[in-house]
Design a protein around this ligand. Structure first.
Ligand SMILES: NC(=O)c1ccc[n+]([C@@H]2O[C@H](COP(=O)([O-])OP(=O)(O)OC[C@H]3O[C@@H](n4cnc5c(N)ncnc54)[C@H](O)[C@@H]3O)[C@@H](O)[C@H]2O)c1
Length: 436
């Protein structure tokens, strides 16, 4: 589990955490890096070059894992819309990886155009870790440019974005490019073992999957008075639904992804739900909700129930409970427990792994062995389940999967740069907000 998730569960605000530890600036899994700075690294014709787009907590963490994944990898290009984020990220990575971080001044890009410059450079692999609004377009550019890709979840904020991601994933396959997603639990050994047992029938037919992502509140970052309105929003992008997708898409999606995994990534027929904002109502919290409750209906009468909130000083939970006609399974992400009660009782007792490192170990091995990986379809569908959930909660309507994926909803402007002026959509009101 990433550090920010653990802190969240324990009720510490992410903001306090960022202030209290320098490791936080490095993103979740940075704490797992135990390597010493590597000096004397010299690039050669087999060196894989990496470009990092979005140099925040997760981007820095992912770059660290990429640099750990293969001895012959070098980080050569970085882009972020804020200079301090590029500088801090590079400093932290340099401390750990020495000469394997070789980003010349001309290859450090600050601004909204930087992503394209990194993608158009001679890098072999791009790491896409900006807020999700930008993901579909950056993914498309990266596939067109023939790059291997690590892209964080969620993959988009709306259905049009998901359709674009599916198209890019298909093209990546045709071009033999590897595409690995940041749905990290799918790379976690205990969960891989647990879910493979579920899919092999350990609890019979899966009939109900209850999943939660109930956490505390997240950070608010300081902004400079001379920044443009859009720069200020970008610094606190979580709270604008057109940039983050809302917290059900941006964060609780991890639990929804595990629900989908338990159902063998089958498409639900439809969903109904509710949500709102009760504790996080100030202007500084943009226009997102702070809680959701969703019911998904599947073809054979199976149901998925999702419950998430970002409200401080409430009880937390993060996990998945699966009920089948022959048993049940509990995955508790806070306590790290994986248990099955069925024809044969089982609990995971093996060694756990660093799932964030695993993502990159597999990505780089796939590139070296010329055996491309492609998480495209399921990563897009899992994200779509979160978008569909937001649609039903915002509108108060029952919406089918087909309607959701074909939706023409566009939450934000068609293009964002520092000078974009955009009036935030009002906080959604069920029964009043329309589905498009
Ligand atoms: N898998 C996980 O466990 C996990 C954990 C944390 C975050 N994430 C995901 O990673 C992504 C980033 O999250 P984070 O916590 O690192 O956020 P962050 O705010 O720390 O970092 C995002 C960075 O992207 C930059 N940015 C914004 N727009 C950009 C653009 N157009 N071009 C270049 N840079 C841009 C921001 O300035 C910021 O520095 C999100 O999608 C989030 O959901 C995943």
């Amino acid at each position: 589990m990433s550090l920010h998730n653990i802190q969240n569960m324990k009720g510490t605000s992410r903001r306090k955490f960022i202030k209290s530890t320098s490791a936080a600036a490095l993103g979740g899994a940075m704490a797992f890096n135990i390597g010493l700075p590597k000096s004397g690294f010299a690039a050669n014709s087999d060196t894989l070059k990496i470009g990092l787009i979005g140099c925040g907590g997760r981007g820095t963490g992912a770059a660290n894992q990429a640099l750990n994944a293969d001895p012959n990898v070098v980080l050569t290009h970085m882009a972020d819309i804020f200079a301090d984020r590029v500088d801090q990220s590079m400093l932290n990575l340099k401390k750990m990886h020495g000469d394997k971080v070789n980003v010349e001044e001309d290859n450090r890009f600050v601004g909204f155009e930087g992503a394209k410059k990194v993608i158009d450079s001679d890098v072999d692999v791009v790491i896409l870790t900006t807020p999700p609004y930008f993901r579909p377009e950056q993914l498309k550019m990266a596939v067109e440019a023939g790059k291997h890709i690590f892209c964080e979840k969620p993959m988009a904020v709306d259905a049009a974005g998901i359709r674009s991601v599916l198209d890019s994933a298909k093209k990546a396959k045709e071009k033999n490019l590897s595409l690995v997603s940041g749905f990290c639990w799918r790379y976690h050994t205990p969960k891989r073992e647990t879910f493979s047992r579920i899919l092999d029938g350990a609890i019979g037919d899966v009939q109900t999957v209850y999943n939660t992502y109930n956490t505390g509140a997240l950070w608010l970052r300081d902004v400079e008075p001379d920044w443009t309105d859009m720069q200020k929003k970008m610094r606190n992008w979580l709270y604008y639904n057109y940039i983050s997708g809302d917290h059900i898409v941006e964060q609780a999606i991890h639990s929804i992804d595990m629900m989908s995994w338990a159902f063998g990534d089958a498409q639900p027929l439809k969903a109904t739900g509710t949500g709102g904002r009760q504790s996080r109502t100030g202007k500084e919290y943009g226009n997102i909700y702070d809680h959701f409750a969703i019911e998904y209906e599947y073809e054979n009468g199976a149901k998925g129930f999702h419950f998430s909130r970002q409200q401080k000083d409430c009880s937390n939970s993060y996990g998945v409970e699966m009920m089948g006609n022959k048993g049940q399974c509990v995955v508790d992400c806070i306590r790290g427990r994986h248990t099955i009660k069925g024809a044969e009782d089982w609990r995971f007792r093996g060694d756990s792994n660093d799932m964030y490192q695993q993502e990159h170990d597999e990505l780089f091995a796939s590139i070296r062995n010329d055996k491309p990986m492609n998480d495209g379809e399921w990563m897009a569908q899992s994200t779509m389940l979160g978008i569909m959930a937001r649609m039903v909660a915002y509108t108060g309507q029952t919406i089918t999967y087909d309607e959701a994926i074909n939706s023409e909803e566009k939450l934000g402007p068609t293009h964002i740069d520092a000078n974009t002026v955009f009036a935030d959509p009002p906080v959604a009101q069920p029964g009043i907000t329309k589905f498009f």
